[in-house]
Design a protein around this ligand. Structure first.
Ligand SMILES: C[S@@+](CC[C@H](N)C(=O)[O-])C[C@H]1O[C@@H](n2cnc3c(N)ncnc32)[C@H](O)[C@@H]1O
Length: 197
């Protein structure tokens, strides 16, 4: 299998790292949900050596992630654990940071619900959850590119689609998370940061 590659990861990794370097400055153990190709994990673990970065995803993505990890062999970057948030048991441990990018609009809504519930259970108090991706506000998508993206997602699969911020934040509140930041990012994405109360 060829090593998977995402151009989007190359484009967004620097602005995402700028935020993570600040919000994870005093954190140590990070769980990434939906590591995808593994490119984000490699970049962030190399830029933030104080973090121990645990990758995870559905098992079908593990061989691709491992190819990226094997190539860089960073001591603070851990091989993926199987984590389909709907089906798999979560790791039996706690994290002071959890990160997930471009997952909420891909997984079905019940998986988004399960993701927030698991995050609430696995975050230490004062730990932070960072969620990156496009977001809808009061039912509106402000950018035409996101309107088209949302349409394409729904054509691909009816369970997909850009989520409503208030629905997402309701899940966060239920999981004991308090919104700290909602940042505008390049290419009409958002960066949401919650803290476990
Ligand atoms: C568009 S990719 C994003 C990958 C990477 N985070 C990035 O930003 O490039 C969506 C990711 O969500 C993951 N995903 C979808 N459903 C999931 C579920 N139920 N549990 C965990 N991960 C899931 C996919 O396996 C995939 O890695």
């Amino acid at each position: 299998m060829d090593k998977p590659f995402s151009q989007a990861c190359i484009n967004n990794r620097a602005p995402i790292a700028d935020v993570l370097e600040r919000v994870f400055a005093d954190k140590r153990d990070i769980l990434e949900i939906g590591s995808g190709t593994g490119q984000h994990a490699v970049w962030f673990a190399s830029k933030m050596p104080h973090l121990c970065w645990q990758t995870s995803d559905q098992v079908q993505n593990h061989s691709g992630i491992c190819q990226w990890l094997d190539e860089c062999s960073l001591p603070n970057l851990l091989a993926p654990i199987p984590l389909n948030v709907l089906k798999d048991a979560w790791p039996n441990r706690y994290y002071d940071g959890i990160y997930s990018a471009n997952t909420a609009h891909i997984m079905p809504w019940e998986a988004v619900v399960a993701m927030f519930s698991g995050v609430g259970e696995r975050l230490l108090s004062n730990g932070v959850f960072c969620l990156y991706g496009p977001m809808k506000y009061m039912g509106e998508l402000s950018a035409q590119s996101n309107v088209q993206f949302d349409r394409m997602l729904k054509q691909q699969s009816p369970h997909q689609g850009i989520r409503e911020f208030h629905d997402i934040n309701r899940l966060a509140l239920k999981a004991g998370l308090v919104l700290l930041e909602d940042l505008a990012m390049p290419a009409n994405n958002r960066f949401l940061v919650w803290q476990k109360a």
